[in-house]
Design a protein around this ligand. Sequence first.
Ligand code: HEM
Length: 498
Amino acid sequence: MSAFMMSITPGIPSSSSSSSSSSSPSHIVTSSPPPTSLPVRTIPGAYGLPLLGPISDRLDYFWFQGPETFFKKRTDKYKSTVFRTNVPPSFPLFLGVNPNVVAVLDCKSFSYLFDMDVVEKKNCLVGDFMPSVKFTGDLRTCAYLDTSEPQHAQIKSFAMDILKQSSKIWVTELTANLSTFWDTIDADVAKDGKASYLIPLQKSFFNFLTKCLVGADASNSPKIAESGYAMLDRWLALQLLPTVKIGVLQPLEEIFLHSFAYPSFLVSGDYKKVYQFIEEYGKEVVNRGQTEFGLSKEEAIHNLLFVLGFNAFGGFSVFLPSLVSAIASDTTGLQQRLVKEVRENAGSTLSFESVKDLQLVQSVVYETLRLNPPVPLQFARARKDFQLSSHDSAFEIKKGELLCGFQTQVMRDGKIFDDPETFKPDRFLENKELQNYLYWSNGPQTGSPSASNKQCPGKDTVTLTACLFVAYTFQRYDSITGTSSSITAVEKAKQEAA
Ligand code: HEM
């Protein structure tokens, strides 16, 4: 398996050589072009009749099939992991939006999305549709900028600096907020026999991320401390609604949630409050953005708000429930193994260093990100004509075409991952090379986010934070039982951490 893997994506460095390397994931494909021995195939699939094709695909995507079946059925139909299709939003009210994409659904073709020599990422974070810039202070924030735009390097460097500076307080702030979080869960379980944990988790992570990323204590403003998380939830929802399947009774979801973009004024009051909070209490970080990275004060604040609210808060709000669910619903004895590893190896005071030794914890975190990538769709537009390869064929891509990768399917690529549909806690423990194919951060887990690529700068911080979350939990409990939204039982640790 491993020799095969290295040969299918020749540009991907092995995990041992790449983790310390500064080479960007943008070279994954081009540093060593794929062999052209693969047969060149016309891209299968079609966009259908104008208006009718897009609306029929939209109804399949949101209603009759759902995203997973939508992509899987077409893969089977065309016998190809690369094909043409439409993705929503589209007709009737998204008239300026072009729903035509080339889907890339295996690990090899998906990796072209990271190659900044052949693709660009201008305004295509969520597809051809882009939420109004009025949601972000009339600015295009970092995630919408292409690497060819000078502001991208400025803001990306600012984001990386924020993470570096905050690393000094990251673990202390995290554990303090996790303590509050689990106290709430303990109290609710004792009182009601179960605890819905999504709101307590969001509140704790809002406080924690605000302190670490913005340098501001939410408790300075009672309104922000109480409902800052809900303000961000509303702001995120309005931007993303046209692109996400919610699961509301149909056809109501199609009519009310997917037919038009909601106007930003509905959340402009919330946005303004968070903005003013950052302006008042995050002065030091905002100043650094101005003096060290050449941003205007407004650019620094709007981008800081986006990193806090969209990237970090939004990302953890999706990721952590799937992590809790994977662990709390396990019946194979995984929790006892995690308890053992954490108590034997993490030490009594958790740190980034101490969780790096927790191989099983790390593997569970990676496996959760593989099966439930928090940002399931990634897009990029061809910068020029080029040839793209799947495992078995090559395809001609024309300049301007939009590539669409659905990670949920890509991360189940049977040519890379054995028994791909199964959650295997030891998968990444047994085969470290698989990190080269773990793409949740818009790049491989062995890649290095930089100003010249579009990989998430939080790549390592996010996985370490998740490891700390698991380690903290199993220092405190012998077991937890629950789902992706509630905890139904907790058993406090009988044996204290070493
Ligand atoms: C679980 C948490 C997180 C997830 C799942 C996540 C995921 C992602 C993904 C998939 C992208 C690429 C989007 C695309 O271009 O298609 C991205 C970009 C980005 N993320 Fe994260 N992220 C998380 C946390 C963070 C954190 C903590 C930060 C704090 C600095 C951050 C900052 C950014 C920025 C600034 C970008 C844009 C990068 C660029 O334009 O080059 N993210 N993130």
